[in-house]
Design a protein around this ligand. Sequence first.
Ligand SMILES: *Cc1c(COP(=O)(O)O)cnc(C)c1O
Length: 460
Amino acid sequence: MSMTLVSVPQSRLLATAIPGPRSIELHAERLKHVTSGFGITLPVFIDRAEGAILQDVDGNRIVDFASGIAVTSVGASNPRVQAHVGDQLARFTHTCFMVTEYDSFTEVCRWLNEHTPGDFEKRTALFSTGAEAIENAIKIARSATGRQKVLVFDDAYHGRSLLTMAMTAKENPYKLNFGPFPAEVHRAPFAAPLRWPTGASHATAEALAAVERILTAEGPETFAAMVIEPIQGEGGFIVPSPGFLPGLREIATRHGIVFVLDEIQAGMGRTGTLFASNDEQVAGDITVTAKALAGGLPLSAVTGRVELMNAVHAGGLGGTYAGNPLACAAALGVFEAFADGTLVDNARQIEATARAILEPLLTDTSIVAEVRGRGAMLAVEFADRGTLVPRSELAKDIAARCHAQGLLVLVCGSYGNVIRLLPPLVIETALLADGLNVLRDVIQQVNAAAQAALLETVAA
Ligand SMILES: *Cc1c(COP(=O)(O)O)cnc(C)c1O
């Protein structure tokens, strides 16, 4: 199988203003045909992408610190993914795994059973999107336990379908005007160190006590599942206070509640271990993966204890496109790319480089409240030093200035005041440093402007 590989230079280039004239034209056309219900971070149209560079239709080369929201961890057009998908494309594109079978589906399940945390016999079910996989994890937990309630956490994000919207914390934009939502979803505090009311050192014990109180009030024997992101994604890249995940694991076990780890954003090498939950030696009874699993093709998975996964009646799970052959082929390419451990090491190296460049901002500016995250899942939170009043307008301004300079970053967090960094794990060191230097310089500029504005108010 021969592949034509177009090489995109791994360097930032501003050929026009961003967005350029061709992107502006195409965006105007989009508005005539596409629903306005989709938001847009950067209205630039991409022509080709490789590694950590997105090349737009005006010839600009944009440094990609988004990876299509943590999806293209192996790079935007990984040769292994291309080879597997190209080969599969030439053979067939679809059979529906519920109608006739293909081996790549089994192989993806085998890999996930072997690599997700948990030293017990597992089975896997494949789907297409993250939300679909979370919904199916709940179906499986309910079917296996005969219970209905689901415990989720503050600032959680689990998707945009009806059930996962109910599980997601933030109203606007995710839930606004879309109710009523499915019942039986209960929410507990997440042990978030920075903003814990009595201080970070109390977060774990107090958050676990709150979980126990909610379970006691609601009846622990009525909960099917407890679902948590080992590091929160959309909620602001919040790393739970140490001991919180193991504490939840213990509570779930004690009450016979299925412990579901949503590794959709944090998993697949992103945090410097294959799964974020590896870091605290916590295993979910069910682990959910998606995003980086198939290098950009839609694929998601529910992997769990055999007795849970096989508790559902035959025909109870499935989907026309679930585990589509092109997506499974792509995942096999991704697994090959991860096989020698380099990408996971890269994630740790990315963290070291980023912290060296960004952590001085904690003292050099008065708008950076925290530089946090793990591996290549990193974030900078903007708030007033001391009071921690969130400064979402500064985060937006900083993102816009980065975009104008050809660096794509995303904003997240329940207050919209966090800039998250999700570079592909294949990003070259010089390109990573270039992007980080742009971000640092922009933060310094915006800090200086904010200080000047403050002085003016004081003077007036
Ligand atoms: C993105 C995401 C989802 C939803 O995945 P989709 O593929 O967009 O449905 C669920 N959980 C987490 C943690 C995510 O980051």
